[in-house]
Design a protein around this ligand. Structure first.
Ligand SMILES: NC(=O)c1ccc[n+]([C@@H]2O[C@H](COP(=O)([O-])OP(=O)(O)OC[C@H]3O[C@@H](n4cnc5c(N)ncnc54)[C@H](O)[C@@H]3O)[C@@H](O)[C@H]2O)c1
Length: 363
């Protein structure tokens, strides 16, 4: 299993390789000589991969900050990094967000390679070149675009992920497939029917390949998030609010999964008739089959403060002064970006959806 393809980008493009065991069996490449930014857990679980000069990062949302970026830049300087240094980053979305920002700003930019170690990193965040940092209570409010030169995806890293970390990735993968104008939704469901215990390396490889092939179209057509790529924010406005209002006890991918159900619910409250929409039914039943594997999720959602969730929702960077911008579903089960004029009726509908999330009524 090895596949390589290119992503076109204003930065000159970059290469993505998907394989198995090419990294975890020992990095024989130039990476040994390079500087590394490593997720603390990955360093512990996969010591062979991460030997050499490395900066370790504790992958928690509270560390995805400008302060952490400053600390890493100082540490790189301490290790003697200069303009011709090359950085390798190993980890999930948190390490990727930090590495993107650090690589882009260290001495005005050094080249780097990203090796995603979570399923979410593999199926989604690794391509597209974005960084997103949290500032204060605001999730993903600061960031930039700075794609790596190469992306090396080793599916074997998934062996040490928990069930919940796999579900994080599967939620983002089905979101991309649902957003795609092709038959990716059906293909994704055909690859994997929801039995996570039995998820094989071949199935993971096929899901990563399908998800990235589907996302490629969005980011090549709209690298800087001005048009069609915005559809990939489906589930994220509610998702970010769920993360913040549960103090990140609900992780990103799972929050996006619940967020998609929330944005479907809001579409219905806004008068969209989804009664006979097969695409939406397929997505919902896929999400139900994933989320039912997380017995603690309903308890976590019960702790959600609707007030905090509404505050986070309102401060989302995608809104304007007088409109909330959301990705909703139309009656054909296709995604549409809508600018909804802020008024008491809309505020009430959003509050109803958050209350239903808290009561565990969405799945
Ligand atoms: N920049 C982007 O385009 C983009 C896109 C989507 C999400 N994100 C961000 O990504 C973050 C979520 O990332 P994530 O879900 O990939 O996970 P993560 O980086 O939050 O890591 C989750 C946990 O998995 C551990 N881990 C990582 N690899 C492991 C492995 N192979 N085995 C065992 N444990 C491992 C980490 O140490 C951590 O405890 C969020 O902050 C989200 O906002 C960024």
């Amino acid at each position: 299993m090895l596949e390589t393809f290119n992503i076109q980008s204003e930065s000159g493009g970059y290469e993505v390789s998907i394989g198995s065991h090419m990294l975890v069996d020992g990095l024989k490449s130039e990476a040994h000589k390079c500087l590394k930014l490593i997720d603390d857990n990955v360093d512990r679980l996969w010591p062979l991969v991460c030997q050499g000069t490395g900066l370790k990062v504790l992958a928690v949302e509270q560390n995805k900050t400008l302060e952490q970026v400053a600390h890493l830049i100082e540490a790189l300087r301490g290790l003697g990094a200069n303009r011709s240094s090359y950085l390798y980053a190993f980890g999930g979305g948190i390490v990727q967000d930090l590495a993107t920002f650090v690589a882009s700003s260290y001495m005005r930019g050094i080249p780097w390679t990203y090796c995603p170690t979570t399923l979410l990193g593999m199926v989604d965040s690794c391509i597209g070149g974005k960084s997103s940092l949290n500032v204060g209570i605001y999730k993903n409010i600061a960031g930039n675009f700075y794609p790596p030169k190469k992306i090396l995806i080793d599916i074997a890293f998934c062996q040490t992920l928990t069930m919940q970390e796999k579900i994080d990735g599967l939620c983002e993968a089905i979101k991309i497939c649902f957003a795609s104008p092709s038959f990716a939704l059906e293909d994704c469901i055909n690859i994997f029917d929801g039995d996570i215990e039995a998820l094989s390396e071949k199935q993971l490889f096929d899901i990563v390949r399908l998800s990235l092939a589907s996302k490629k179209m969005f980011i090549e057509e709209d690298e800087f998030d001005q048009g069609i790529r915005l559809l990939l924010n489906f589930g994220h406005t509610f998702g970010h609010a769920i993360e913040a209002a549960t103090h990140f006890s609900v992780t990103h991918g799972v929050a996006v999964g619940v967020g998609m159900l929330a944005e479907i619910e809001l579409s219905i409250l806004r008068g969209i008739d989804l009664g006979k929409c097969a695409r939406v039914e397929k997505l919902k039943s896929y999400l139900y089959s994933l989320l039912k594997n997380l017995p603690n999720l309903k308890n976590q959602l019960r702790t959600l403060s609707v007030g905090d969730a509404l505050a986070s929702f309102r401060s989302d960077k995608k809104h304007s002064t007088d409109k909330y911008y959301l990705i909703l579903v139309n009656s054909q089960g296709r995604l549409e970006r809508q600018g909804l004029v802020i008024n008491p009726e809309l505020e009430l509908q959003i509050e109803i959806v958050f209350s239903n999330i808290k009561k565990g009524l969405l799945f």
